[in-house]
Design a protein around this ligand. Structure first.
Ligand code: HAM
Length: 427
């Protein structure tokens, strides 16, 4: 039997035949740009388990959302507890924040996380069952500047990666007061069209009418087009907050469009919501999204603190990089590649390589090739900087010839000078 990946998952390989992209190297680039940007914006890394009590997501993300009602990987452990693989990171971070009383440590908190998330969705390009998110959560500040900072940071990460043609779509879902007014307006609008709504949206109308705006059903989409706008149902304070976020984004030249149909697929949002989209992703055109969630902490039994954050799919970022032809990053090969001729030379190469590595110089030894030519080809494939063929002549004379694989220049050295020479030319 030949084993294959479970549906909706993938391997991240350092190389593959006919594949110009060195995927692991690309992931490293992505992760290092994220870590650097996070540090500059003052976000510290947090790591939480990949599974949690199912109830956390029911209450945190919302039972009427697609993510919770249809897409969770839920299982019972041997103690009969219902657990779920995390479909997103916000609920877990908030659980951890509350559980460890982090609010007592300082007044504002900024976290980031990178890790796998799990949603049982129909796999297609850009949509997986296990995917990776970068997420950030800023807890404690209700100031609109916090919302603008979060959007700026995400935009900055994309810019540093060289992504182009991105659209920031901004909306507000208001505060509790605005949403109560807006829900009533939505019910008034949809009720006369009840028969035209999809079966699911009929239920949504009773339970959570805002979810109808997020429906992908063509029947609903048509009706949603003329639905009332949240922007005309905002309380004065929600309106001021939104205007201030817009003003601050203008002040740092972040281009955005206001799209009053964005409600996001999770229930915890209040006030600012946003999505960043690109034409280069096909059907799954959202590369990242987030918003404010001022009631989430208290609803999960924590202190009444506001929060705002986002998540972006790393696979989707890589997909856009590939679609936009962003230069793939070449993994740095070994500084020196030793090719032994015979058993005695192999031992010498083995000790030389070990010596190099102990001096923090990357080195490798050819252990498989039967011919020198194949050894040289392997050195080139690995993007080695130098190669050194060692045979009886070299052993007898205690010397080595380093060949620069790109310039073809050769350098003769006595073996005892090898390390100091390589240390001198180390970039
Ligand atoms: P989300 O919009 O559900 O938000 O997911 C954020 C991003 O994760 C999406 O824009 C997309 O890039 C990626 N993503 C989602 N599902 C998949 C999938 N099946 N396959 C590949 N990529 C996917 C959240 O998860 C919120 N926790 C964001 C947040 C943080 N809001 C506040 N704080």
């Amino acid at each position: 039997m030949k084993f294959q990946l479970p549906k909706g998952t993938f391997d991240i390989l350092p190389y593959a035949p006919e594949e110009p992209w060195q995927l692991t190297a690309l992931w490293h680039k992505l992760e290092s740009i994220i870590a650097e940007t996070a540090r500059e914006y003052g976000y510290a890394e947090i790591r939480t388990p990949i599974y949690e009590r199912t109830e956390l997501f029911d209450r945190g993300v919302g039972e009427t959302t697609d993510i919770v009602s249809k897409e969770m990987f839920t299982f019972e452990d041997k103690g009969g507890r219902s657990l779920s693989l995390r479909p997103e990171g916000t609920a877990s971070v908030i659980r951890s924040f509350i559980e460890h009383s982090l609010s007592q440590a300082r007044s504002s908190h900024k976290f980031y996380y990178i890790g796998p998330m799990f949603r049982y969705e129909r796999p297609q390009s850009g949509r997986y069952r296990q995917f990776h998110q970068l997420g950030i959560e800023a807890i404690g500040a209700s100031d609109p500047a916090q919302d603008a900072e979060v959007i700026d940071m995400l935009y900055q990460i994309y810019a540093r990666l060289g992504l182009k043609r991105l659209r920031v779509q901004l909306n507000t879902v208001g505060d509790l007061e605005s949403r109560a007014m807006y829900k009533a307006a939505l019910v008034d609008y949809f009720r006369p069209h009840l028969d035209e709504l999809s079966a699911e949206s009929k239920i949504r109308l009773e339970k959570n009418p805002l979810r109808i705006l997020d429906s992908k059903d063509p029947k609903d989409i048509e009706l949603v087009r003329n639905a009332p706008s949240i922007l005309t149902h905002l309380s004065p304070s929600a309106q001021t907050h939104f205007q201030e976020v817009c003003r601050l984004l203008d002040s740092i030249q972040i281009p955005y469009e206001i799209n009053d149909k964005i409600v996001r697929g999770l229930d915890y949002y209040t006030k600012t919501v946003f999505e960043i989209t690109t034409e280069d992703l096909g059907a799954q055109n959202t590369i990242g999204g987030g918003g404010r969630y001022d009631g989430l902490l208290s609803s999960l039994g924590g202190p009444d603190l506001p929060g705002v954050g986002y998540a972006t799919g790393l696979e989707r970022i890589l997909q856009v990089m590939i679609a936009q032809g962003i230069e793939p990053l070449k993994e740095q090969g070994p500084l020196v590649y030793f090719i032994p001729l015979g058993e005695e030379a192999k031992t010498k190469c083995f000790t030389l390589a070990s010596l190099c590595r102990r001096s923090h110089l990357s080195a490798d030894v050819e252990l498989c090739a039967k011919k020198v030519q194949t050894g040289l080809q392997n050195a080139t494939k690995l993007s080695a900087v130098y190669c050194a063929i060692i045979g009886s002549d070299e052993l007898n004379a205690n010397k080595i010839t380093l060949k620069h694989l790109e310039t073809r220049q050769t350098t003769d050295l006595s073996l005892d000078r090898l390390i100091s020479y390589l240390q001198g030319i180390q970039p």
